[in-house]
Design a binder for this molecule. Structure first.
Ligand code: ADP
Ligand code: MG
Length: 305
């Protein structure tokens, strides 16, 4: 059966006071994917996530989680999703183990099926299992929030800006854990981020959201392919004199003698560029190509707003 992990149709949210945070979002997230919701601050990412989590009420539209309509089957839809929120909202009086047990209780996970030890291990808090939450560092609290999102073994795990403001070590640890969960258990992962690098590194598919609207939605690879600007970086064998022009190819030089040859992949092939270099008598010692990155796609898509 092919079914979407999440299906969102015509989703709108207007906050009290009139802020239109979501202006009619349609979005599907395939089962088993690592899906990135990418957008600048204020784009509406947390609003969308919090609606999925049942923390914010939508103004209009439909949301299904793992095939369960949120309005028709609220209990099943809530049981299908685990959310690691952006904010660090932990009860300071619980220990990590206590917090996991309480969360499991809230989700109706029977004692015999609880996995607190396994989850503590996964998020690296085994030796802090009995420490008070208020004595935990910011990074540990964030890991505990990840653990809390996992107590009921949801089909879909949502991470809202999991690595905003965290150090590199924790970032790597979160990335590794998320990949492992996706690979080993097939869990569908949705993460929001305003770090392009994170989306590029982690996600199979990406939706770009800006001012409450989805402005692009494609595989990470296709989004990257949307920009066809390429640069060939050439180290010549010997210093290069003046060059004859060729349409579609522009050349600039670095002080160290390296040539940067820019072209559009759709109009000009790499072979055309090599021919151009041979015509100019250039012998190549070394060559590599550079491609537009997600940052360029992102800027070109969000500039309009
Ligand atoms: P993101 O997570 O992409 O940074 P948010 O979903 O948090 O964006 O916010 C989208 C817009 O909605 C912003 O303009 C924000 O100021 C506004 N907003 C968010 N939460 C509230 C709220 N509780 N009340 C009023 N406006 C809000
Ligand atoms: Mg947010």
């Amino acid at each position: 059966m092919t079914q979407d992990a999440i299906r969102i149709e015509g989703l709108k949210k207007t906050y009290k006071g009139g802020k239109e945070a979501l202006k009619g979002v349609d979005l599907t997230v395939p089962q088993g994917s690592v899906f990135g919701l990418l957008g600048p601050n204020g784009a509406g990412k947390s609003t969308l996530i919090n609606i999925l989590a049942g923390l914010v009420t939508k103004t209009a539209g439909h949301v299904s989680i793992w095939g369960w309509d949120q309005d028709v089957n609220p209990r099943q839809s809530r049981a299908s999703i685990g959310v690691m929120p952006q904010e660090l909202n932990l009860d300071p009086f619980f220990t990590p183990r206590g917090a996991l047990e309480v969360q499991a209780g809230l989700y109706g996970v029977p004692k015999s099926e609880r996995r607190s030890d396994e989850i503590l291990e996964l998020v690296g808090l085994t030796d802090k299992a009995e420490a008070y939450a208020r004595t935990l560092s910011g990074g540990m609290r964030r890991r505990l929030l990840l653990g809390k999102a996992l107590v009921h073994t949801p089909h879909v795990l949502v991470l809202d800006e999991p690595t905003a403001g965290v150090d590199i070590e924790l970032r790597q640890m979160l990335w590794t854990n998320v990949r492992k969960l996706n690979r080993d258990t097939g869990m569908t992962i949705i993460l929001t981020t305003h770090y392009l690098e994170e989306a590029e590194e982690m996600c199979d598919e990406i939706a770009i959201i800006n001012h409450g609207e989805v402005v692009a939605r494609d595989s990470t690879q296709n989004l990257l392919g949307q920009l066809d600007a390429k640069t060939m970086v050439i180290q010549p064998e010997t210093p290069v004199g003046n060059l004859r022009d060729r349409s579609g190819i522009s050349v600039s030089r670095r002080d160290d003698g390296t040539l940067l040859v820019s072209y559009r992949a759709r109009q000009t092939s790499a072979e055309d560029v090599l021919e151009f270099l041979r015509e100019n008598g250039i012998r190549i010692r070394d060559v590599r190509t550079e491609q537009a990155d997600l940052e360029d796609v992102f800027l070109s898509l969000t500039r309009a707003g």
